[in-house]
Write a protein that binds this ligand. Sequence first.
Ligand code: PMP
Length: 376
Amino acid sequence: MNRPYNFSAGPAVLPEAVLQQAAAEMLDWHGSGMSVMEMSHRGRHFEQICDEAEADLRELLSIPDDYAVLFLQGGGLGENAIAPMNLIGLRAAHAADYVLSGSWSVKSCAEARRYGDVAVAATAEQAAVVDGAQQGPWTYMPDPASWRVRPQASYLHLCSNETIGGVEFMDWPDLAALGAPDTALTVDASSHILSRPMDVRRAGLIYAGAQKNIGPAGLTIVIVRKDLLGHALPICPSAFDYTIVAKERSRFNTPPTYAIYIAGLVFKWLKQQGGVAAMEAANVAKAGLLYDYLDGSSFYRNPVHRPVRSRMNVPFMLRDDALNAPFLQAAEAAHLLQLKGHKSVGGMRASIYNAMSIEGVRALVDFMKEFERSHG
Ligand code: PMP
């Protein structure tokens, strides 16, 4: 079956091999006589599924043993509350600092204000000249050297890939060098986790909703350094207390079992592809193809400062907004789905996660060329 190319920002395309395996195992997982959806989360079959998923994720991201891996619910926005409830009490000041780089980090910061003394460490809210180029709001990353991290802050929060603005930032700073050696870096990596190697050691906490690069919605991955555990606020629900969930190996209550199973299949698929280093090479090639074309065209444009352009989410505008609707209609007819940009940015957005093939990106670029030729 020839499926269309799906550029959704999330829930997003999954590897076809994974969907096929899930379909084949739907009625009877490995001779158990049950669908994974029908199994006890405490039985031996699911225990195997969950343990393998965790082991494979640890291998893929080289997660050190002194970090816990949790399979939670609540998504990225849930973590905007769950992370502060778990971490803000680490230090007596109950303070947390936020770097604002786009919609998602702005939301994270606003939510955290409910739990303690929250300050903005840096923001890309204003237009600015960056490396000699004029940049609009939310199209660049404030230089870490300018971040104001309070030494008493329990953690500093960063969204390392802004899914809407298309800004990706991988130079996670060493907070000791910024004068805050006891502040834990907290990273929302929802929309680029597993797309490239990540230095887990740089962060105290990494979280990600699964529905972009991992699997179905409903599962949230949390990777947390174990020495940060044990400080949850008294109001933190037990089911979201990292310490309790870690102790119960993600089975304090019923986890999203089917989503964990699919995530586990995706992890095995990633290992077969050569792991995150191989994914990175593929993602560099895919993103390069699209950005090179955008940069060479006067019909389309991407506004993001080049060094922080996302490899996963590529927003682009057409020269004339009146062409947006015909573009989307023609794209769909050409089997290129879900290219509409986020309403706050407008234009288009192509999300090209791990499961998007280079052939898909080529098909998109070919379509864009043809559309430019016929409407330019
Ligand atoms: N953070 C980022 C970077 C995201 O892209 C999203 C979803 N697009 C969220 C948080 C919110 O995730 P959820 O809908 O799972 O709460």
